[in-house]
Write a protein that binds this ligand. Structure first.
Ligand code: MGD
Ligand code: MGD
Ligand code: SF4
Ligand code: MO
Length: 745
């Protein structure tokens, strides 16, 4: 194992730079002049990017700096697709043979349509027909058998109305894509600090002396922060990357907006720690142990501003170094070296992503990140804090708008007093529970507001079968995906307006808690409607059918301004939303949360959890499989097969270390079979700079290998990193028995 002081030598061409510029240009040109004109209009409007959570407005970021990225433009390009040709919709059998990527390339969904069980294809219907059918289905289904899921792409206004509609209907079965993502952060941070948001802001990256970047491939998934990381490194800050894979873009990256960086590249990691999968708790406990043994703790802060530290400290002091080294996979000297480095930093922050949350112990991981920062008082001051890097462009807003199943009772009370109703306080279902109950015939109507649950969830065969058993499926979308072709008793697909087409505009909240307003820039396509309007229409119909009439009639909003007034009255921090203009920012909670170490918990202190070492051992000869995304995809939307950052041109690969490949007797490009308890895949080996005993494959294809059970114990977030698999060469005989591609066991 390399010394953590030693960052691996850069290999191959530096990612980013001219390559990104060429990709961005090619991506725009490939979409044709009309799409380019649309994109330029959207970018000039200052509307918020529909890509990741960093929340760029047009071409400007939070600090007013110029930034454009490939996936941001590709996401925009998707909504610029011309309308789907209606004859394509008539052949369900052909549609079912397509991947979600091919389905999205068919074009924009611009009319409501329905498919009934056994029908040959989709039938285009009027809004009246579609809404009547959905209202009638909702009216005859028990509220506890109805579930709503939001993929954080919609506006705050639409999401607020969606959750209100569900609660008025009588169910708390509302959830959002953070269940698959950062729910362990929201839950873990609120347990520790009293609120579930990241505590720092983008400008804090410019003020930190030390940045931990744990379980994130930011160059591919959050390229904007690379400018700040490169800048921090250039001014001498330490950047400790913790990751079982040597992600090339985290060693050296070329910032496309800097000529110097294009020419010479920018160094990112100052220390690269190749932990075992799930080794983060042990690694961080090791740092805490070193700090405790070497007078490196901020005792005053821990005494005055935290509770429960003694239990953690005595547990880590009592844990032998051998156990920490074994579980983390990092040598004691290396852990100590990072401990020493951390002790010398006066302002440190920790940023992390799915390498932390996608585990059975995801919430424990998050709590340990908080412990690490509390250990030296690194919360609530500039240049310090805990930053979960969120996924979708409005996943943060989805949480703020209460689109999750177990909101605090205080928030339910606020809704009750605003609308004069009595709502259920019982927790609703989490997204995987909605699916699991589908398998048991207990979810009778599943309503997806964006998203693609079939491709995004673990154990694809189980999920597909479970979702097929749900009689009514409703999807608000901009294009088709595999979740809409299951052959349910009735599937209703509704054309949604993406945010830059949304009549009246709409707001979102970024990773940095910045609320911004995106104006309507483009005319809506075809019959697409604002997503909030759909719920207002359904509420009206249900009221007419005599279902919760008195309550649902309160959803008679006529425009965005009406809804913003409601949000301002109900959601703390959103008081300034009404009238927010493009370019203006409403920052929820200010630059750093918990300033001066004041935490919104009873007693005002942060809570330290004595997190236990997880069981991350892998039986000899087997591998821990991590499922990752490439820069050529945005979740289940795959644009092309390449992963430029990791140097592959195909997606049916398993990344393996050269030593493991040699042990298995396979060379680059050799066919192998990867087998888990859930399924198996025939893919080819790709030799990569990855820790021995670890292998990586691409999601969504690899989801067939991830068991459905075994998610995070506190939040049910699936365990997408760390499935135990075995790998063997696909010999001629076995190859015959195993069709190419990914299949179930
Ligand atoms: N281009 C693009 N951008 C995106 C997305 C996309 O699909 N495409 N998706 C968006 C969404 S929804 C999200 S949530 C984010 C996801 O952003 P990321 O979390 O960066 O994406 P992942 O591909 O899940 O990569 C996880 C990283 O964690 C590492 N890792 C895996 N297991 C462990 C572990 O046990 N410990 C540690 N320390 N590291 C580990 C992996 O090697 C990998 O580098 O990206 C967002 N941005
Ligand atoms: N194995 C494995 N599985 C994973 C992950 C992993 O790392 N490994 N990552 C997980 C993570 S972090 C996440 S967040 C989930 C993602 O889970 P989801 O949010 O469910 O999936 P997406 O692919 O983001 O959703 C794509 C669909 O959203 C719809 N859509 C696109 N744009 C719009 C719009 O503007 N409006 C509306 N209404 N709809 C739109 C389209 O139907 C599109 O097909 O996947 C998870 N699954
Ligand atoms: S980094 Fe994220 S927010 Fe910024 S342009 Fe790229 S996808 Fe959009
Ligand atoms: Mo995500």
């Amino acid at each position: 194992m390399a010394d953590p002081q030693e960052v691996p030598a850069p290999t191959g061409a530096t990612p980013g730079g001219m390559d990104t510029i060429l990709n961005v240009t090619a991506a725009m040109l490939a979409q044709g002049p009309r799409a380019v004109i649309e994109q330029v209009k959207v970018l000039r409007s200052g509307g918020v990017c529909t890509g990741c959570s960093l929340g760029m407005c047009g071409t400007k970021d939070e600090l007013g700096e110029f930034h454009l990225c490939y996936q941001g433009l590709r996401r925009l390009g998707e909504s610029a697709f011309p309308p789907i040709v209606s004859k394509e919709l008539a052949h369900m059998d052909r549609l079912r043979r397509m991947s979600s990527a091919e389905l999205s390339r068919l074009g924009r969904v611009v009319y409501p349509m329905i498919a009934e069980e056994g029908s040959q294809g989709f039938e285009i219907v009027s809004w009246e027909q579609a809404l009547d059918l959905i209202a009638a289905a909702l009216a005859r289904t028990a509220p506890e058998q109805v579930s709503f899921y939001v993929s954080g792409r919609s506006s705050n206004e639409s999401i607020y109305v969606a959750q209100l509609f569900a609660r008025m209907l009588g169910t708390n079965n509302v959830d959002n894509c953070s269940r698959y993502c950062h729910a362990p952060s929201t839950y873990g941070l609120s347990e520790v600090f009293g609120t579930g948001s990241g505590t720092a802001s983008l400008e804090d990256l410019d003020a930190a002396d030390l940045i931990f970047l744990i379980g994130s491939n930011a160059p591919g998934q959050h390229p904007r922060v690379l400018s700040n990381l490169a800048r921090a490194r250039a001014r001498g800050a330490a950047i400790v990357v913790v990751n079982p894979i040597v992600e090339r873009g985290l060693v050296r990256y070329s910032i496309p907006s800097s000529l110097k960086s294009i020419l010479f590249g920018s160094r990112i990691a100052s220390h690269y720690v190749r932990v075992k999968v799930g080794g983060d708790i042990a690694f961080m406990q090791g740092i805490v142990k070193w700090l405790a043994e070497n007078n490196g703790l901020d005792r005053d802060f821990l005494h005055q501003r935290a509770e429960g530290w003694a239990a953690l400290e005595s547990a880590v002091r009592a844990t032998p170094w051998e156990a920490l080294v074994e579980s983390s996979g990092v040598a004691r000297e290396q852990i100590s070296a990072v401990g020493r480095l951390y002790a010398s930093a006066s302002r440190a922050l920790a940023m992390y992503c799915m390498g932390i949350t996608h585990h059975t112990y995801g919430t424990e991981n998050v709590k340990m990140v908080c412990n690490l920062m509390l250990a030296r008082g690194n919360v609530g001051k500039p240049g310090a804090g805990v930053i979960p890097i969120r996924g979708h462009s409005n996943v943060q807003g989805s949480g703020s708008m209460l689109m999750y199943p177990a909101v605090k009772e205080e928030m339910i009370r606020r809704l009750e007093s605003r609308y004069g109703v009595t709502l259920s306080k019982a927790p609703g279902l989490k997204a995987p529970e909605m699916i699991e109950r589908g398998a048991r015939g207990l979810t009778r109507l599943l309503y997806m507001i964006g998203g693609n649950l079939v491709d995004a969830s673990p154990d694809t065969s189980f999920t597909e079968a479970a979702m097929r058993r749900v009689p009514i499926l409703v999807a608000q979308t901009v294009h088709l995906n595999r979740s809409m072709l299951l052959g349910n008793k009735m599937t209703v697909v509704l054309p949604a307006q993406p945010r830059h087409e949304q009549e009246g505009g709409g707001s979102t909240e970024s990773n940095w808690r910045q609320v911004r307003f995106s104006p309507q820039v483009l005319p809506p396509k075809g019959a697409a409607r604002p997503e909030w309007w759909i719920f207002v229409q359904l509420a009206e119909r249900l009221a007419k059918l005599g279902v919760r009439g008195e309550w649902l009639s309160k959803l008679s909003f006529t425009g965005v301004a009406d809804i913003q007034r409601e949000i301002a009255a109900v959601i703390p921090g959103y008081e300034g939303l009404p009238g927010l203009k493009p370019g203006e920012t409403l920052r929820v909670g200010g630059r750093s949360l918990h300033e001066g170490g004041r935490f919104p918990r009873a007693g005002g202190k942060a809570r330290v959890f004595a997190v236990r070492l997880p069981d991350n051992a892998v039986p000899p000869g087997k591998f821990a499989l991590i499922t990752v995304r490439a820069d050529g995809q945005f979740n289940t939307e795959v644009w092309n097969d390449r992963d430029k950052l990791r140097g592959t041109k195909r997606r049916d690969v398993v990344h393996l270390s050269p030593a493991d490949a040699a042990r298995l007797g396979v060379a680059e490009g050799a066919a192998v079979i990867v087998r888990s308890s859930a399924g198996q895949a025939r893919v080819v080996a790709h030799l990569a700079d990855i820790r021995e005993g670890v292998c990586a494959m691409y999601f969504p294809e690899a989801n067939r290998l991830v068991p459905f059970s075994g998610g995070d114990e506190s939040t049910a977030t699936p365990n997408f990193k760390g499935t135990v698999v075995e790998i063997e060469p696909a010999t001629a005989r076995r190859a015959l028995a195993t069709a190419p591609g990914v299949e179930s066991a």
